[in-house]
Design a protein around this ligand. Sequence first.
Ligand code: NAP
Length: 308
Amino acid sequence: MSRIYDRVAYIGLGLIASSMIHAGRRAGLQGEVVGTARSPETRAIARQDGLCDIVTDTAAEAVRDADLVVLCVPVGAMGRVAAEIGPHLKPGATVSDVGSVKRAVIDAVAPHLPEGVHFIPAHPLAGTEHSGPRSGFAELFENRYTLIVPDGEVDPTALARLEQFWIGMGANVEMMEPEHHDLTLMVTSHAPHLIAYTMVGVADDLRRVTDSEVIKYSAAGFRDFTRIAASDPTMWRDVFLNNKEATMEILGRFIEELMSLQRAIRTGDGDHLHDYFTRTRAIRRGIIEAGQDTDAPDFGRGAKGAGE
Ligand code: NAP
């Protein structure tokens, strides 16, 4: 694939940005790579590793002359970054982001972008529980979906370029509306993370009672929960604070379902339990048939790119 953007600026140099840099380089999609991060430590690592061609101290400097700017910071920091870069963007540039929540990011970012700049939000559905500039790898987006989530009409040429960029990094690209995105991702990713955090929290409480048995005898299910619950605390705090409505809706339904199972167990309604578990098993089969996971029995441990 040939070069799509002459100069790409990454704001934030963590798992997603560093994976995009590796994937983009491997496919020759980007000319010059400019990057910046909040802390001097991350910028020093990026310089030392040659992660970017240029590492700047500020976001304002990083975006100068960039054809594509990708915001790769936690959802709650997007608005502040947009306010900083707004006045320095090149006319005709595309600004995108990789935030896990879309409506709140659009509302926080769009007001700061000048006329003539194309804002095209996106969300790669790929991740791991690791973070930072050394956690990225070129294969992260392969055969994973990246959702492009514009808020209404966008320039078709700018959209086609961004789409090609993600396809070049190995992703399957689809379009989605912001509200639909936030509800869908709440079901497929955000609520499961909240449940994993809760389950591991409960086990941590139990550990105090039973010493280290929870760790010692941890079976597959619990170990998978601990992997998910090891995800970055800042990222996930911001996801829930910025997707409140969908969180409330899905948690409400989850609690109802949990109570129906509780009732079935209390009243000995084995048919209800069996029917329920049969239905959920079929969903797992559907995911495997769609090529979004393997049926290897050790799913979740050591599998790269299984997150989000
Ligand atoms: P990460 O590895 O933790 O990196 C985050 C980067 O943002 C770091 O460079 C950090 O700078 C910077 N940052 C943190 N707080 C900031 C603030 N208040 N102001 C400015 N910069 C700040 O995170 P990531 O996993 O790449 O996630 C980045 C974005 O991608 C998030 O919006 C997340 O929702 C989204 N996302 C994540 C995943 C996933 O599974 N991880 C998947 C899809 C999308 P320092 O290093 O200097 O602290």
